[in-house]
Design a protein around this ligand. Sequence first.
Ligand code: PGA
Length: 255
Amino acid sequence: MRKKLVAGNWKMNLLDEEVINYIVNFNSRKNEIESDAEIIILPASIYLDTMISMPDWDIKIGAQNCSQFNNGAYTGEISAAMLRDFDYDSENLHYCLVGHSERRAYFKESNEVLAQKVNRLIENQLKPIFCCGEELEHRKKEKHFDLVKSQISEGLFHLKEEEIKQVVIAYEPVWAIGTGETATSNQAQEMHAFIRTILAEQFNQDVADSISILYGGSCNSTNAKELFEQPDIDGGLIGGASLEVESFIQIINAF
Ligand code: PGA
């Protein structure tokens, strides 16, 4: 049985007071959650501590990024070991995004760098949520499968079997992120099934069947149910719609 996950990627949004209000509001509505999906929130790193320290907050937490280096003179960076150190008994902080398309585009992160980030996270017992996804021009030229295959093979195929099983994959077509335009459930399912096939070819069927693959890109309370019903879609990576408790709970309950 694969794990179902709904992860809220807050990106560079919400200040301390808003983070606290969100948690208090979410906690007061916990009884409305009818789904057994694991719920994850990925705040800006500076608020990880706030979230970990909140009482009654049992939602899993993740970071949005980490350095590819262990330590040293890398001004402004946060290492995977530092993330682990935040929550040394691994109670809350379990995940870290790797290779979100915004980081690939604005911070020029290559598949090679992302493979190193994946390694640092696994060495520090954190689970990478590895993002992949094509731009519209790739899809128009029917190059979207090739592109996603190269992102996954260059970013993840160096891992050993027990390591790849720690990874969550998020398929996020770049043309659907923050645009209000979602992949149809067929388009998303087709790509998720393709990703599972290449995992089976590289590793084995057991690995392919055990890895959760999330869909991301304008997923909201209206389209989540149809997406989550697809056999190879194991949850969502939610940006804009995770910033409001109301819509995030509706998406969680779409499972
Ligand atoms: P969106 O973002 O839901 O706002 O499209 C998803 C993401 O970038 O992870």
